[in-house]
Ligand binder design. Structure first.
Ligand code: AQP
Length: 336
């Protein structure tokens, strides 16, 4: 039976990249599977967030804001299981087993580790290094078969398959499934508005590099107006975006927001200057995002309700996770 799991870190406010690359697709997956009995499980991965320093008050606020973002975008606690990772202890318990299955060399090859640890990797947390083993546990504690993610997380989902395969091989079992990353749509990699070679990220020090889901209409318009571009007009087909990363990024964002292909967008806007295209993009973004940010703001007025939704999601998640952890311990030979 297919089962879907994915998560987002409450390591800052939600960005347009998180929305287009992840949340919007979580909603589509939930709705497509509404009557099929396939479980869709979406987590706020707070234990991943603390692999780099998080101010405690900000972590609390960001976790609730992320939950509000999930719900405002269309995730329904009656249809999907929504919870925060630290409330289901089985994730961390399975992660320990996987820390003992995964190899140091596998972790060292991860591009996210290299990017985030930087040159001073001796000073990075042990948790940041082991991040992919916890992510494998998040997925496999539910025997999830499909993980909708943005392009940047593909390598970690592949590592999850390696961990599952090594566990199955080492213990001579066929227990953990080999999970598939699901990377689809026009915006699997939304880039920074200031640098077309860097992905848009909630932890980028420059707020101008990203659209936050909570930005108001004026801020969105100003950020797109200032977004880096080149001096040429837009081409009339996708091939003309070759070697123009900033132009490609803005067209990709437009296409994703408007549910169109890049070629369809360029058929309409090809030949126009950015001075004309950017206001079109801002208007579209405001039209699509403002209902979500309005609903997020409303939900944030009632943090107790958000916490109650997360608690009941965690109760449902634990029911699925506990037997899988129990069986894992038996396979490993732990006495219970
Ligand atoms: N720029 C992006 N384009 C498309 N998808 C993206 N995702 C993140 N950025 C983009 C997708 O969002 C999901 C959640 O990601 P995450 O919060 O767990 O971690 P991340 O990928 O490291 O995201 P950020 O925003 O860059 O966070 P920080 O700055 O804390 O590292 C994933 O499915 C991811 O692919």
């Amino acid at each position: 039976q297919p089962r879907v799991f994915s998560g987002i870190q409450p390591s800052g406010g939600l960005t347009l990249g998180n929305y287009l690359g992840a949340i919007r697709r979580f909603v589509d997956t939930q709705n497509a599977n509404r009557d099929s009995g396939i479980e869709t499980i979406y987590c706020m991965v707070d234990q991943h967030a603390i692999t780099v320093w998080q101010d405690p008050a900000a972590l609390t606020r960001n976790t609730r804001e992320l939950a509000a973002g999930y719900i405002a975008a269309g995730l329904d606690p009656a249809k999907s299981i929504l919870f925060n990772q630290s409330q289901v202890a089985e994730h961390a318990q399975l992660a320990w087993i996987f820390n003992c299955v995964a190899r140091m060399g596998w972790m060292q090859r991860m591009t996210q580790w290299k990017d985030k640890a930087g040159k001073n990797s001796q000073n990075a947390s042990l948790g940041l290094f082991a991040y992919p083993a916890l992510m494998a546990a998040d997925i496999l504690i539910y025997h999830a078969t499909h993980v909708p993610v943005g392009e940047d997380q593909k390598q970690h989902v592949e590592l999850t398959r390696d961990i599952a395969a090594k566990f199955n091989h080492d213990f001579g079992v066929d227990f953990f499934p080999l999970t598939e990353p699901v990377i689809e749509g026009a915006a699997t990699r939304v880039m920074s508005l200031r640098d077309g070679s860097k992905k848009m990220s909630k932890s980028d020090p420059s707020d101008a590099s990203r659209i936050n889901m909570t930005d108001d209409a004026d801020t969105i318009a100003q950020k797109f107006r200032k977004a880096k571009t080149d001096p040429d007009a837009l081409p009339s087909e996708a091939a003309g975006l070759e070697g123009r990363p900033e132009a490609r990024n803005l067209v990709n964002i437009y296409a994703a927001l408007n549910d169109q292909s890049v070629d369809e967008v360029l058929r309409d806007v090809g030949g126009r200057q950015f001075s004309e295209f950017k206001p079109m993009l801002s208007d579209l973004a405001v039209a699509k995002l403002s209902p979500i940010s309005g609903e997020m703001a409303r939900l944030m007025q009632a943090p107790d309700e958000i916490d109650a939704i997360l608690r009941s999601g965690a109760d449902r998640a634990r029911v699925m996770a506990a037997p899988i952890l129990k069986r894992t311990y038996e396979i490993v030979g732990m006495v219970s």
